[in-house]
Design a protein around this ligand. Structure first.
Ligand SMILES: [Zn+2]
Length: 459
């Protein structure tokens, strides 16, 4: 080896060391991830479609819960949990909130839980639901399986939160985005009112936001990506994460060692189309994974700290229920689900002396300095919320998630309330809430978001 060659090699080595050093010194974040498989080990009743008449039969795709812990330069932390499940029970969130505070000193605003809303996951129960009109034959076994599953899930979530915090390592965060087109509005106006059918003229949000996590050396480690659409391709009796489960699987296969996490946007009135054939699970899963890969090909926008975390509730009002005499008349009838709903409300009135008139609605904000803001809304939020907030809070990089922290039912916009239909209040006849919400629901939620974000609209 000549002296000049050695000199060049030493200079190159020095350059590499300097570059590595400078990359390390720029790394202000620490990130940790953990995953647990949550596919039920035995047959269970499934969540999402009341029309199912029997329990699950097999697995079309495994279900997972994943946690990502992010710590800023000041040591402030947030843990993001995503789950391939129908929703987040409020009680589960409340219990976890208390436990992560005691065990890991994480305040409630430092925990964001999102569900993919897959309609091919297990039924979740934190408490026994008393049957209104006599227990069906399978009631005891069905209820016990759901209670056992949810109790185990609770422990599994605590474990992955713990593991993600133990996995904290230096990392860089970037924001990227692309688009994906299979979500379509499902509220088709007809002379009989709004029906659940593909409506290509209705509002959509095809945005695919991606938070990219890389090592200080630039190697991809994790992606957190979202899409505003129901996971309702199939209503069969096999467990499956639906398109979001397949998208996560494809990304992890094409980027070995990477953790891919999906969160649901404001997809309350959006369905994947076409649907109802198993092959669309893979087609749409592949389309979304490809959109994430497209985002990863764009120029990344660095995300810097510090973290700014907010969590609060806003009191939403329900429209007044029908007078008692009218409820009694509906309850005596046979039109379902209205008569069962009326009987539930009358029972509530008898047991508590009133029918609930408000809902304490959680709103969460996770801000990454001036660079990226996550707005995590509860319930099945319709797309109008994300379209409005992205516009009103522009030019900030704002990402609006629904299905977070408490998935209790649909959250219509003012427009959807006026139009009527399933998401406006029709769906509430299947549940315990009086519904529909009062007409100021959208303004109350947006008002709370603006207050917590601390930004004036248009600034
Ligand atoms: Zn839904």
């Amino acid at each position: 080896m000549s002296a000049s060659c050695l000199t060049i090699r030493l200079a190159t080595l020095l350059l590499i060391l300097c570059c590595t050093q400078s990359a390390w010194s720029e790394t202000k974040w620490q990130v940790g991830v953990a995953t647990v498989k949550i596919t039920p080990e035995k047959s269970m009743w499934m969540a999402g479609y009341a029309a199912r008449k029997s329990a699950s039969e097999g697995v079309a795709g495994d279900l997972f819960a994943k946690a990502m812990a992010i710590q800023d330069e000041q040591g402030q932390r947030v843990v993001i949990v995503t789950m391939d499940l129908i929703g987040v029970p409020r009680l589960l969130r409340d219990q976890l909130e208390t436990e992560v505070k005691d065990k890991f000193q994480l305040p409630r605003e430092a925990l964001w839980i999102n569900a993919s809303h897959t309609h091919c996951g297990p039924e979740l129960r934190m408490t026994r639901i008393p049957p209104l009109d006599g227990a069906p034959a399978e009631y005891e076994q069905r209820m016990q399986l759901a209670l056992d599953y949810t109790a185990k899930l609770h422990q599994q979530l605590l474990e992955i939160i713990d593991l993600s915090l133990k996995d904290l390592k230096p990392a860089n965060l970037d924001y990227q985005h692309a688009r994906c087109g299979f979500a379509m509005n499902r509220r088709r106006p007809t002379v009989q009112g709004v029906t659940n059918a593909p409506h290509s003229d209705g509002p959509v949000n095809h945005h695919v936001p991606v938070l990219r996590i890389t090592t200080p050396e630039g190697k991809l480690r994790a992606v957190l990506f979202g899409y505003a659409c129901h996971n309702t391709i199939m209503g069969f009796n096999q467990f499956s994460g639906d398109y979001a489960g397949f998208a996560q699987q494809y990304l992890q296969e094409s980027h070995p060692g990477v953790t891919a996490m999906f969160f649901t946007g404001c997809g309350g009135d959006q369905n994947p189309y076409p649907r109802s054939k198993p092959e669309y699970l893979t087609y749409h899963g592949r389309a979304l994974a490809t959109a994430v890969d497209a985002a990863l090909d764009t120029v990344p926008k660095p995300v810097s700290g510090p973290l700014r975390l907010k969590y609060d509730t806003v009191e939403l009002k329900f429209a007044p229920p029908p007078p008692t005499a009218e409820l009694e008349k509906i309850a005596a009838g046979t039109a379902e689900p209205s008569s069962s709903h009326a009987r539930r409300l009358l029972k509530e009135l008898k047991d508590t002396g009133k029918i609930r008139s408000t809902y304490d609605y959680p709103v969460q904000i996770v801000q990454f300095g001036q660079d990226w803001t996550v707005i995590a809304l509860s319930g099945e939020v319709v797309v109008d919320y994300s379209l409005r907030l992205e516009k009103e809070l522009a030019p900030s990089n704002v990402m609006v998630a629904g299905y977070s922290n408490d998935v209790f039912g649909y959250v219509p916009s003012f427009r959807v309330l006026q139009e009527g239909g399933y998401e406006a209040g029709g769906a509430m006849f299947w549940g315990p809430l009086p519904g529909p919400f009062a007409t100021d629901v959208e303004d109350l939620i947006i008002g709370k978001v603006i207050e917590l974000v601390g930004m004036k609209p248009g600034k």
